[in-house]
Design a protein around this ligand. Structure first.
Ligand code: SAM
Length: 219
């Protein structure tokens, strides 16, 4: 949570463009020792988060929102988190993110409350918090008003299915490398054409999977 108070997300929170609240599932357990996990049926290593505290925490949030919110379970088994999904989430008003721990969460509560299962990559983290922070960061910068005019998300990587073109700032010459001349020309049409070509080239080079889709959509 503290990491979100820095930089653009921090500014957005202070300006009340977004609000982020952490809910501690432990506060909702009926267990007298405040346990929220137990052994898995069928055996195997590791503990599993129980359905009861997760469901009670969800119910308390839903009651406050006075609606059934969209509920995202962060899991390596989910669909890959993409810029398109971030845009979709940025338009839905409220979003509940569920972070698992240990071996994950009892499947029965997930079946009842989860609307989306999302993974931030093909690797396994110890808990869902870092994944949730990634989602909060990527989603909040797409909420209208969060980015200021000079921080537009419009031309960025993944907009239009391409990675962004290379960019340069002062000085014009650095370590014997010059800024491409076209960028100093003031010819906006030519600059746009150059940028598109660069974006296509680097997408083909670095992300052939994305480029294939881009080509198919632009035939
Ligand atoms: N036993 C689970 C499995 O094999 O699918 C992995 C559980 S992981 C150790 C614990 C928690 O970390 C998960 O419940 C999930 O919330 C989070 N997590 C781990 N990797 C993740 C990823 N790639 N994307 C999103 N969340 C992840």
């Amino acid at each position: 949570m503290q990491a979100l108070s820095a930089s653009i997300t921090g500014r957005a929170i202070r300006e009340e463009k977004i609000a982020v609240e952490a809910v501690d599932i432990r506060d909702f357990t009926e267990d007298k020792h405040r346990h929220v996990d137990d052994y898995t049926y069928g055996g195997g290593a590791g503990m599993l988060m129980q359905a009861q505290p997760v469901f009670a925490a969800y119910e308390s949030v839903a009651a406050r929102l006075e609606k059934k919110p969209r509920v995202v379970y962060l899991t390596p088994q989910g669909v890959p988190f993409t810029q398109d999904l971030a845009r979709d989430f940025s338009e839905c008003g409220e979003l509940v993110l569920i972070c698992g721990h240990y071996e994950g969460i009892d499947e029965r509560v997930l079946e009842e409350i989860v609307t989306d299962r999302v993974s931030i990559g093909d690797y396994v983290l110890t808990g869902g918090e870092l994944a949730a922070m990634v989602v909060v960061d990527a989603v909040s910068r797409l909420v209208p008003g969060v980015l200021h005019n000079d921080e537009s998300a419009q031309d960025e990587s993944f907009a239009g299915g391409l990675l962004e073109y290379p960019q340069y700032t002062r000085p014009e010459s650095w370590h014997g490398k010059e800024v491409p001349e076209i960028l100093l020309s003031g010819n906006h049409k030519k600059i746009e054409e150059w940028r598109l070509k660069q974006a296509e080239e680097r997408t083909r080079k670095f992300r052939p999977d994305l480029y294939e889709k881009y080509e198919a959509n632009n035939q």
